[in-house]
Design a protein around this ligand. Sequence first.
Ligand SMILES: Cc1cc2nc3c(=O)[nH]c(=O)nc-3n(C[C@H](O)[C@H](O)[C@H](O)COP(=O)(O)O)c2cc1C
Length: 425
Amino acid sequence: MMIQSDNSQFDARANRRRFLQYLAGSASVAWTGGGLAHALEAPNRLPDPMVWAPRDLDHLIAAPKDAINVFDFEAVAKKTMQPQHFGYMTSGIDDEVTLRANRAGFLKYQLRPRRLVDVSKVDMSIELFGQKYPTPIIVAPTGGHGSYHADGEIATAKAARAGDHLMILSNQTSRAVEDVLAARGRPIWFQLYASNKFEVARHHVERAEKAGCLAVTVTVDRSGGRNQEQLARLRRANPVDCTACHETPNGPAALGSHGKPMYEGVDLSGLQNTQASMMSWDYLKRIRDATKMKCIIKGILSAEDARIAAQLGYDGIIVSNHGGRADESGASTIETLPEIIAEIGGKMPILIDSGFRRGTDIVKALAMGATGVAVGRPYLWGLGAFGQPGVERVLELMRTELLAAMQQAGAPTIKHLVPSMVKRA
Ligand SMILES: Cc1cc2nc3c(=O)[nH]c(=O)nc-3n(C[C@H](O)[C@H](O)[C@H](O)COP(=O)(O)O)c2cc1C
């Protein structure tokens, strides 16, 4: 199938839809999700989880400035962090097929650059809900930064501030939302795991709104248990007593006094968990109705759910498989993106995360129609390795790679990244 490249066409919905169907692998595959997973090869024996990291672990970088790519931080973080904390961060689920698929997915798409475009000046800025950011790279919500570095989310927020990145703060934060906002110096988004007790969710949303957050991101992909084998193995290798931090005398009821400030001052009686399996669209509607903030759903992986999110009045979605840590679907998010774009592209911002490490990864997603790209583990590697300077350098490396990738693609602005710049390998 030959695709004509024409920058002026990026608003032509019909062409775009056809193209996205082509990118998804087969125009005859219905957008049920099953067809996409089918395209993935699932090897029986999987390589080491650090396959994407440098192999030469004897020569670690001594300072953030020495890093030549984001993977350089992973090996340092592995050395500096508590093994079980590193194991928790690095883990996927079961055989980690999805974890690897997230990276392998990018190899299934190639770039189709345009030449002779003046890219001496590149504007990487995006606009989200009326706010302009100089970069489409977003700090994904991840819980408990205090386990990776003593400065916790404050370090992350200051690093996000240095590059003016949008930051999404997890409600499992080890620092209060008010303090993180002050450190970031610009409104952030708040991420919510809803619990079985709606009043707790409402409290979090109201507190975040009052503090000055712009949006609430409801994560909907953690309804079940999970088998994180890396965590289990590394915890076994380092048998320390974790109960002081991780187990409260009264179960979740004592969360506030155990390094989870968002639970302070909340009536936690009856709270059975912090991530509810009973969540339904009705619950999502109640959250939507409980706030004036923009509402985003994180963890959408099918066109059907994307459609319902739009119908329910949600303002945006994040295509995410939680970095391969939620369910073992086997499908990468980059391969899932086309069906979501085909369904609701142009109706609301569509963000994506899971496995983004390189500027070219980001260019592929933006060209396919994503509005922004969130990253998780890379900045946690930076945080665990060097604190704030580490996070800053990780984000800087990603911006630098993105800039070069946009220039090479022939795109002076994000709008110049169009579907015809990507083809199936
Ligand atoms: C250690 C860790 C903790 C996470 N905690 C949260 C969380 O509290 N809330 C949430 O919505 N997602 C959480 N995530 C998922 C991230 O928001 C994001 O979807 C994922 O990290 C993206 O994949 P990547 O790590 O490959 O970049 C977490 C991810 C990691 C690695």
